[in-house]
Design a protein around this ligand. Structure first.
Ligand SMILES: NC(=O)C1=CN([C@@H]2O[C@H](COP(=O)(O)OP(=O)(O)OC[C@H]3O[C@@H](n4cnc5c(N)ncnc54)[C@H](OP(=O)(O)O)[C@@H]3O)[C@@H](O)[C@H]2O)C=CC1
Ligand SMILES: CC(=O)N[C@@H](CCC(=O)OP(=O)(O)O)C(=O)O
Length: 346
């Protein structure tokens, strides 16, 4: 039997990406999609890319109305708006995969420092951080899954093998990330205008981006001790893609061939993580539209540093694809169900 799924906030970039993935999912039935501004309009009229594949009409529904139809709700709302609806969805009996940042941080004080007051801090202890490659067994029985942020997904997968095995100094981490502009969402913003982004390239959020505590939380779990990082995001003039370059001081003499072997063993059973061979590094264009995270690594024997390059599609492995991966875990389905598509290269 198909699992009944609702998408709340379906008119945004991650929302429409969820719809694209779910209309092609063999065991999910999309039962309702919400939007305030497009309520009453057919999905296929708002998003012609879905014409012929989605008969639904956008609705502006309360939690109880959504829960009457859906078993699992994927919330693709901005942070703060998400925590305004999720407690009601849980009370009404739904399981929730939340794409926002509202339930990712374990500590309410940390959330409140980087975001705003939390309206349901009692749910933070229950929420499971939905990075399947690292926390799969916790996701399966969860009622509330906090889908990771896009930058933190690339960084955690890029550094996990080294931190879990104590191969790098956790105090030495520098992370330099670049994101496509769809990461900023579909809302009209000056900084997302074509002329602001096209042919430009800039750093932003330096020493203060809100993904810093989320990255530190996961890297601390992997290291077994508190970790702080220097994290600098940059805005790329492309629609999709994140490339994170992670620098760490090596604790051992390792060659690039050793590193590739360590990563291949660590991710041997992972469908969505692909490790490049020695001498080859990934490009965002090889994962666009897919749920893959591709990794390449180099041991810089001259400086004693290890450099790891991770690429994902921010809307897929960084958001909607990972949410469907989590949905599959909740439903007891093979994790790659509905997510096997490769990138459309070139
Ligand atoms: N874009 C990305 O690459 C990633 C995004 N995320 C996170 O996913 C979530 C969605 O992001 P994204 O799709 O980019 O955002 P968008 O701005 O593109 O879409 C937001 C959606 O939420 C609805 N919405 C906006 N404000 C409110 C509100 N106050 N109450 C109820 N509904 C609201 C909008 O629809 P309407 O106004 O019609 O109701 C729209 O459907 C965010 O939390 C974001 O941080 C996570 C990882 C990556
Ligand atoms: C390019 C761009 O603006 N990216 C967004 C991050 C993407 C995202 O959605 O992160 P959350 O899931 O944590 O909200 C930003 O820097 O805020």
């Amino acid at each position: 039997m198909n699992i009944k799924v609702a998408v709340v906030g379906a008119s945004g970039y991650t929302g429409v990406e969820l719809l694209r993935l779910l209309v092609g999912h063999p065991q999910a039935e999309l039962v309702c999609v919400t939007s305030r501004q497009f309520a009453g309009q057919p999905v296929a009229r708002v998003f012609p890319s879905l014409a012929g594949r989605c008969e639904l009409v956008f609705e502006n529904l309360a939690a109880a109305e959504i829960a009457a139809r859906a078993e699992v709700v994927l919330t693709a709302l901005p942070h703060q708006a998400a925590m305004a609806v999720i407690p009601d969805l849980l009370v009404a009996g739904c399981r929730v995969v939340d794409l926002s940042a509202d339930y990712r941080l374990r500590d309410a004080a940390v959330y409140e420092h980087w975001y705003q007051p939390h309206s349901s801090p009692q749910l933070l202890a229950e929420a499971v951080y939905g990075l399947p490659e690292l926390f799969r067994e916790q996701v399966r029985p969860a009622r509330l899954v906090a889908n990771p942020g896009c930058y933190p997904t690339s960084v955690a997968l890029g550094l996990a093998p080294l931190l879990r095995q104590g191969l790098i100094d956790p105090d030495s981490l520098i992370i330099d990330s670049k994101s496509g502009t769809s990461g900023a969402g579909r809302g009209a913003k000056l900084g997302s205008l074509f002329c602001e982004v096209n042919e430009g390239f800039k750093a932003y959020g330096v020493a203060g981006h809100r993904h810093t505590p989320e990255i530190e939380q996961t890297l601390s779990i992997l290291s077994g001790r508190e970790v702080t990082v220097s994290f600098t995001p940059h805005l790329l003039p492309v629609s999709r893609g994140i490339l994170s370059t992670c620098y760490a001081a090596s604790r051992q003499q390792l060659s690039t061939a050793d590193l590739v072997e360590i990563y291949r063993q660590f991710y041997a059973d992972e469908y969505f993580v692909r490790v490049h061979p020695v001498g080859s590094l990934p490009n965002i264009n090889q994962v666009a539209g897919s749920n893959y995270c591709d990794l390449g690594m180099v041991a810089d024997e001259r400086t004693g540093r290890i450099i790891v390059v991770a690429v994902i599609d921010n809307l897929v492995k960084g958001a909607a694809g990972q949410a469907v991966q989590n949905l599959n875990l909740l439903a007891g389905l093979p994790e790659q169900t509905g997510l096997e598509a490769l990138s459309a290269f070139p």
